[in-house]
Structure formats: C-alpha cells, structure tokens
Write a protein that binds this ligand. Structure first.
Ligand code: 4AD
Ligand code: MG
Length: 467
C-alpha cells in the first residue's frame, strides 16, 4: 500500500480539496451496502463524526472485504470526494485498504443501544462508543479549561502529595498505605499496631484532599490550585460518589467570603462556557441521545446569577416547605446536615438556579473553617447544582492560631502530624480562602450523564476495582 501521511477524521471532514489522495486510519463503526458497493462508517476518535468510505466491491479482494466487520481497524487510502448521502460534506472513495486489526463476532459492541450498566462491564472498550467518546473528549476539554482559567488569573499549579499522614476532612474515610505483612502485624500491649517498621515509620494513607498543603502554598505564592486524584473510603453506593475522584482545589491568600463566592461562580461559568464553545459536536450528540435539556441547562447556568443563601435562611425555606406538605425522607431542623433531597429542593424547585449556601453550623463542617462572631456558624460555602447537589465545598479558613487550636482541641483531632499546618498560623498568618470542586461532579453536569461511574474512564467504587 502506498505510504501517505495520515489525516485525522476531524481534519478531513473540514477539507474541500476534492480529488486529493488521503489516508485515514480508524475503527469500523458500521458497514452496509450492496453487491456492488459498500459503505463503511470509520471513526478514529478525533471527533464524534465518522467518515464514510465508499468501496467499489469489484476493485477489492473478497477475502479482505470479508474482514471489514464492526470493530475492525483499517488504514484506507482514497480520494476525497464531495458527498451527497453520508450526512457529511465529504467522503472517501477507497483506492487501497489495509486491515490493521481484524475483529470477530465476539466483539461486545456489535450493536448500538447497550445499557450503561453493560458498558461499565466492558469499560476497556466503551471509549469506542459514541457516548463515551463524547464524554472523554469533554473530560479532556474541561481539564484544559481548568488550567487555562487559573493560569490566566495568575494562580500557580501546585502539586500536593497523594500519600499523606493527615486526614484533611477529619472524616476518617482514608485508604491506608502500607508495606507491612498483613498476616503478621506487630502490636503493642494494648493491641494497637506498631507502625515503626512500616515504610514511612508511621501510619500513612491516600489523600482525601490537597487543601492543607494547598494552604501552605497559598500563604507563600499568593494564589495556587491543585488538580489531582483524591480518595475516599466512604461506603456510598450512589450515582454521585466515587472512591477515587479528581478534585480541583484553588487556595487564595487575602480572599474573604465574598471574593471566594465570586471565584467559585466565575470558575464554574468559565468551564461551562468553555464546553459550549469547544465541545459543540459532542454536546449536540449528548443533547440528542442522553439528555434533551442539556445545552439549554448549560446556557442557563452561564447566564444566571447564583443565589447566595445563608444556611439559616435555607433551613427556614425547607421548614416552610414541610409545613406546606412537602415530604422529605430526612428531617429538617437547624443544625442538620442537608441531604441531597434538601439541596435539590432548594435548587430545582425553590430557586430554580444554582445556590451558594454559606454560614453553616460549625458542628457539621471541618475544623479549619473560619468561625463567625456568633460562635455557632462558620464561613463554609457549598455550591449546590441542579441534578447534582453539591458540586463545590469550600470555606474561608480560620487564620487565628488560638481559635483554630481551640477547635482542634474541641474535636480531639490528633495534632502531632499536623504541626506544619499550624505553623502557617504562627508565622505571618493571613486571611485566606479556597474551595474544592469535584471534577466528575462538574462532568456530570456538563455531559448530562446520570451516573458518576460514566464520566471517569475506570471508576473505583465499593467492591469494584476492575480494569
Ligand atoms: O466538600 P469536600 O469534602 O471538601 C474538601 O475536600 C475540601 N478540603 C475542599 C477545599 O476546600 N479545598 O469535597 C469537595 C468536593 C465536593 O463538593 C464534591 O464535588 C467532591 O469534592 N466530592 C466527591 N466527588 C466524587 N465522589 C466523592 N466521594 C466525593 N466527595 C467529595
Ligand atoms: Mg462537602
């Protein structure tokens, strides 16, 4: 076969130099036709769109044609031609075809319309479907948007460790990291494991958040963000929880509550606008096949101001709803941790737009949040979104050493591994604030997918670590 340098399908479909000889490589999506002519829809992942290859059957070896089945990988040299019937402006009249990889009829993606559950069982192949191709191209684009947004604002990308000895959220949901022989653990007289001989000489875990180290960086570089994997051993089998998920965590010196909320709102809108501007074909596909209201909802978020709502006021609205006969599964009272049904009522039914809830009772929030004058609430901010619930959790940080220490002692948080964190409050402490956005929660919103397992290539959830 003549050597011609490869053109990606995404580029090929934009060309109009008809008559040119080109090469494409990709996987067969469908093949149809007659005894005289075959039409192959070829996709190479560069776009949701396929290029149509027209094959004059008489010019090709019968044995080769037999191997052109769904899933097979081909290299095709052909003439770029104006198309009338393919749904695209261009198609390829095949001159030479090379079979790079045959694909027999055990290929699980023969037919269209598989369930999401089935596709999770073949997560190694599902990127070859239209839906997952679209989702993973959007995932890439959202990662680019995140870096662009913060870079343009002068934030520095700061890498925080994945293995850590401190539990940022204090929720005890950490996966332990050890090289000890689990069949032969050394214990002291109280039955506690002795970690002296473990790899790090102490108990270590996978991080639940890069925030604490992010705070160190913000109080030196001014404004930073982290973007990496985080891990939570919470046994939550919901469409919104993963055991391994990616989090974006900006941290800003000198920011107050209002600047924090402005940043949260601007950031999400930037990412959503980026998707609208850069992922048009994929969004249109998802809008048609997965969620009919998707694009309208994305435009809605970009164009509306988020509600800023004190927790106490939110509880009042929910109590009023209950008084008017609305049924919630979980009780509503001042001090309760809002369940997703409560959050969604506020966002989807009461306000009908995103809500930034602030000033939470300190009992339901992490130790590091800035304490308000009232002695009861803290300057935490949760951004609540339609369909998703909490997409961002953030706060102004308690910068006073004494107040922070008092809270740590109240909560009996073991501080021996956190001395370095307290040093920020000892040496030139400063007001600062930050937040964490769950990358997959953002993707749920932007793609319209219903389950968080379907916006990450290889989901990790309780009892599931395949692939
Ligand atoms: O609210 P969280 O727990 O906040 C923190 O970790 C802070 N340290 C962030 C900060 O202030 N720098 O988590 C932040 C976000 C949540 O709002 C949610 O979007 C996402 O992370 N998240 C999860 N996403 C998927 N699966 C899980 N199990 C998640 N837990 C939290
Ligand atoms: Mg939270």
């Amino acid at each position: 076969m003549e050597k011609i340098s490869r053109t990606k399908v995404v580029d090929l479909l934009k060309r109009d130099d008809f008559g040119a000889m080109v090469n494409v490589k990709g996987w067969v999506r469908t093949r149809r036709g007659s005894k005289q002519v075959s039409f192959i829809a070829l996709n190479d992942g560069s776009t949701i769109n396929n290029v149509q290859i027209v094959v004059d059957v008489a010019n090709f070896d019968e044995a080769l044609l037999k191997e052109i089945t769904t899933g097979a990988c081909l290299s095709v040299n052909g003439v770029l031609t104006e198309s009338v019937g393919s749904g695209q402006k261009v198609e390829l009249q095949a001159r030479e075809i090379e079979l790079l990889g045959a694909c027999d009829n055990t290929y699980p993606l023969q037919k269209k319309g598989h369930s999401m559950e089935f596709l999770r069982e073949v997560a190694h192949l599902r990127p070859r479907t239209n839906t997952f191709g679209a989702v993973f191209r959007i995932r890439h684009n959202m990662a680019i948007a995140i870096h662009k947004f913060f870079h343009e604002k002068g934030f520095f990308y700061f890498h925080t460790p994945i293995i850590t000895a401190s539990d940022c959220e204090g929720a005890g949901q950490m996966f332990q990291v050890t090289t000890m022989n689990l069949y032969d653990l050394k214990k002291d007289e109280n039955g506690s494991i002795i970690y002296d001989d473990d790899f790090f000489g102490k108990q270590a875990s996978l991080t639940v958040s890069g925030q604490l180290e992010g705070e160190l960086a913000a109080t030196a570089l001014g404004a930073i963000y982290t973007f990496g994997p985080t891990f939570r051993a919470e046994n939550s089998n919901t469409p919104r929880h993963l055991a391994e998920f990616w989090m974006v965590e900006p941290e800003v010196a000198f920011a107050d509550l209002h600047e924090l909320m402005d940043l949260e709102e601007e950031f999400i809108k930037y990412c959503v606008q980026w998707a609208l501007d850069n992922c048009k074909d994929d969004l249109e596909f998802l809008n048609k096949m997965v969620d009919k209201g998707l694009i309208e909802r994305l435009q809605g978020v970009v164009n509306t101001e988020f509600v800023r709502l004190p927790y106490t006021e939110g509880i009042r609205i929910l109590e009023e709803a209950v008084a008017n006969g609305h049924k919630f599964e979980f009780p509503v009272y001042w001090g309760c941790d809002l369940a997703s049904e409560h959050e969604r009522y506020l966002v989807e039914e009461h306000f009908r737009r995103p809500v930034i809830m602030i000033d939470y009772p300190k009992e339901i929030k992490a130790f590091y949040m800035k304490q308000n004058e009232d002695g009861k609430t803290v300057q935490g901010t949760d951004v609540l979104f339609p369909q998703i619930g909490e997409i961002i959790g953030g706060s102004v940080r308690e910068e006073s050493y004494d107040k922070l220490m008092a809270r740590i002692e109240e909560l009996h948080i073991p501080m021996k591994d956190m001395w370095w964190y307290l040093d920020t409050r000892k040496y030139g402490t400063c007001p600062h604030a930050g937040f964490g956005l769950g990358f997959e929660r953002l993707l749920l919103f932007v793609t319209g997918m219903a389950n968080i397992r379907d916006v990450i290539p290889f989901p990790r959830t309780p009892r599931n670590a395949d692939f």
